[in-house]
Design a protein around this ligand. Structure first.
Ligand code: SDX
Length: 383
């Protein structure tokens, strides 16, 4: 931190700044541990469901059977999108990235919900549940629209299975559902990451949950955040084979390019989520015949750890997720919307938690410009 002329502490990119208190999740960047409400991520990924984890994040405890039924029936009460929104998504996906379509969809739903002008906690909770319940259908519809295919409306109540069924028009296998559910659990929440922070900044103005999620999606889109998963796969496909990894990575680093899917603001060790995803990426790659892609990724990992491990740069969550999603049949442009399909629960939980003791986010910048006062010169007299 540098102390500036206005006697304010300055941390570039707010690095290391603690901006809120939370009971939701803990990212232990030194020991490579991720905890949701006291539970290790490995335990939840193995044993839980996405809905259960979302309940845990939102309400602070694992649900009883009846709490779970009540929660999922709220999520499913109005879980489809209408034809009008599907038409908009068809238009958007002709010209722009699916993340732009997703941002537009959430904004549209907010504009259509007359409760989005209510600011009380109950209204914010109802908006969040309604929006989250629609998310599988929104992201699946974007997938369909992008491929020029008709929308599929499934009555499947399970979040994961509904999304896969509405994306591909067939029931997923048990293993596909397990892998995808695990990926959703792993991505559900992660401290004050950029998109979560964006959602919290928006909600702190007492705006509505749709607006908070729209802000979050806009932030997740960038390649330094959620967009890295798509770029990481693109890089692996360009590298093509394990024997090219060393040369290509060396050239990229020489040009000061960032290697997508590596490094993290908080983790200075291996991201625990990446460890789990790596296992599934390997298994799926073998099942689907992408072994060379997986082996290339492993070689890139080896090269990167050799070169930059001492700087605390290791694979992050975005490195192996692309291989998992590709193996499940998704186009790379869907990878970041899939991240959002999961992170909606973290955005919602953290924004909702923050509202319980709200304080407007309003940091300052350190002014480095001319302090003047300069004399105003009319345009005609300026040289
Ligand atoms: C996510 O915050 C979260 O929790 C996010 C997330 C979540 O779940 O919400 O975990 C999801 O966004 C994961 C991150 C996805 N992004 C990428 O994979 C993009 C590539 N990675 C980076 O650009 C970078 O590592 C960041 C942006 C993720 C974090 O970087 P910082 O903390 O801003 O670090 P930095 O850019 O200042 O780098 C520090 C040093 C630099 O070298 P020096 O100038 O000190 O010599 O590390 C180097 C960087 O050049 N470095 C890398 C690198 N990441 C850092 N060098 C090459 N490739 C990289 N990926």
């Amino acid at each position: 931190m540098i102390t500036g002329s206005q006697n304010t502490d300055y941390a570039r990119g707010l690095e290391g700044v603690v901006a809120a208190e939370t009971r939701i999740g803990f990212v232990d960047g030194i020991n490579g541990r991720l905890v949701y409400r006291g539970y290790n991520i490995e335990e939840l990924a193995e044993s839980s469901t996405f809905e259960e984890v979302s309940y845990l994040l939102l309400y602070g405890k694992l649900p009883t059977k009846s709490e779970f039924t009540n929660f999922t029936s709220k999520l499913n009460a109005d879980n489809q999108i209408n034809d009008q929104l599907f038409k908009i998504l068809q238009e958007c996906t002709k010209s722009s990235h699916p993340m732009s379509a997703l941002r537009t969809a959430v904004s549209y739903l907010g504009a259509m919900d007359k409760n989005s002008n209510k600011f009380d906690l109950a209204a914010q909770e109802a908006m969040g549940l309604k929006l989250m319940g629609k998310f599988p259908s929104i992201v699946a519809a974007i997938n369909r629209a992008q491929q020029g295919k008709p929308i599929i409306r499934s009555t499947e109540p399970n979040y994961t299975a509904r999304f896969l069924e509405e994306s591909f028009g067939k029931k997923p296998t048990e293993f596909e559902t397990k892998v995808f559910r695990t990926a959703l659990i792993l991505h559900a929440d992660h401290g004050m990451n950029a998109s979560t922070f964006a959602s919290m900044v928006t909600i702190s103005t007492l705006s509505d949950m749709y607006s908070a999620v729209t802000s979050a999606i806009a932030s997740l889109k960038g390649p330094l955040h959620g967009g890295a998963n798509e770029q990481a796969l693109d890089m692996l496909e360009r590298i093509g084979t394990p024997k090219n990894a060393d040369k290509v990575i060396a050239e990229m680093l020489e040009k000061k390019e960032k290697i997508m899917g590596f490094g993290h603001r908080v983790y200075k060790v291996y991201d625990p989520r990446a460890k789990i995803l790596k296992g599934y990426a390997k298994k799926l790659a073998e099942d689907k015949g992408h072994t060379e892609l997986f082996e290339t990724a492993e070689e890139v990992e080896k090269v990167m750890i050799n070169k930059l491990g001492t700087k605390g740069i290791f694979p992050n969550v975005d490195f192996y997720s692309g291989i998992v999603y590709k193996s499940l049949g998704f186009d790379p442009t869907l990878f970041t919307p899939i991240f959002a399909l999961s992170r909606i629960s973290g955005w919602f939980a953290r924004s909702f938690e923050y509202l319980h003791d709200n304080r407007l986010f309003r940091p300052r910048s350190m002014y480095k410009g001319e302090v003047g006062p300069l004399k105003y010169i009319p345009i005609a007299d300026r040289r």
